[in-house]
Design a protein around this ligand. Sequence first.
Ligand code: BYC
Length: 313
Amino acid sequence: MSNETLELAFQKKIDDELKIEPKDWMPEKYRQTLIRQISQHAHSEIVGMLPEGNWITRAPSLRRKAVLLAKVQDEAGHGLYLYSAAETLGITRDQMLDQLHDGTAKYSSIFNYPTLSWADMGAIGWLVDGAAIMNQVPLCRCSYGPYSRAMIRVCKEESFHQRQGYEIMLTLAKGSAAQKKMAQDALNRFWWPSIMMFGPNDDASPNSKLSMAWKIKRFSNDDLRQKFIDVTVEQANILGLTIPDPDLKWNEERGHYDFGEINWDEFWNVVKGNGPCNRQRLEARKNAWEKGAWVREAALAHAQKKAAKQSVA
Ligand code: BYC
C-alpha cells in the first residue's frame, strides 16, 4: 500500500472516532508528537512531586500529612502510567529520562515556582490540579489508545487532588485573619502561572494544528484556559478571595470572563529554563537518578537470578 493510501486510512480511522493502537500504521510525525507530549506529561508528573514533597514533613496535622503523601504518591503513579504509554511508541524509559536530564524534554512550567507556605498546597491542588483536569479530561478521548486509557485513572485521581486543595483553601479562608492572608498570598502567586499552564495563545502554538486534526488535542489552548477561568472565578468568590487580575470582568456578550494580558515573557523565560526553580528541580531529579543507580542494578540482578532459577527448574 502506498503512503498516501495508508495516511488516508489512518485519518479516516481518526475521523470515525476509532483508536489508534501501538501496532497500527501511523505517520512518523504522529508518533513523534505523541512521544513528545506524553513524555513531557510524564516528566511533569514526576517533577510535580517536588514542590509538594517540600511540605510533607511540615503538614499541619496527621490527616493533612496522610492526604498529601497519598497525593504525591498518586503523581508518581501518573508518571509511571504515562512513561508506559510512551514506551508503546518505540522509545525507552532511559531515553526519555536522558532527555529530561539533559534539558531537551520539557515539563510543565508551573513546577518551576517555589512553594513558600502551607497555603501553597491548597493553591496547587485547587488551581494546578484544577487546570490539569480541564486540560486532561479531553485527553481521555485522545485518538491514541494507550494514552487515552491511562488518562481515565489519572483524571479520577486529579479530581480528588483538586478537592483536597480546595478544602485546604476553604479552611484557611474561613480561619483567622493570618490564615486568610496566607491563602490570598498563595492565590496571588499561583494564579498567573496556573493560567500559563495551558500553553501559548492559539496563534503562537505551533503544534496545535496537527494535534487537533489528529484528535490528540480536542480543544485549543485558549479555549481550555477560558473554560478554566470561567469556573475558577466562581470558586474564588465562594472562598471570599480575590483573583489578582484587575481586568477580570464578566462579558455578557461573550458569555465568558474577560481577563488581563498574560506575561508571555515570563512564560517563555520559565519554559527556556530560567524560572525561579528550574535549576533546583533538574538538579533534584538528576540527583535522585544517580543515587538510585544501586536500586536499579539490584532489581536487575534479582530479576536475572530469578530467571536463571526458573530456567533450571
Ligand atoms: N510548560 O504548540 P504548543 C499536572 C511548550 S502535570 C512548559 O501549544 P502543545 C500535575 C510545548 O511543549 C501538567 N512548556 O504545544 C502534576 C511546545 O514546546 P515543544 C502537565 C510548555 O504540546 C503533578 C511549545 O511550548 N500536563 O497537571 O500542542 C501535580 C509550544 O506549545 C507549556 C500535560 O503535560 C507549559 N505550560 O500544547 C499536579 C498535559 N505549554 O514541546 C498537577 C498534556 C506549552 O514543541 N500536554 N509548552 O518543544 C498538553 O496538553 C500539551 O502538550 C500542552 C501544550 C497544552 C501543555
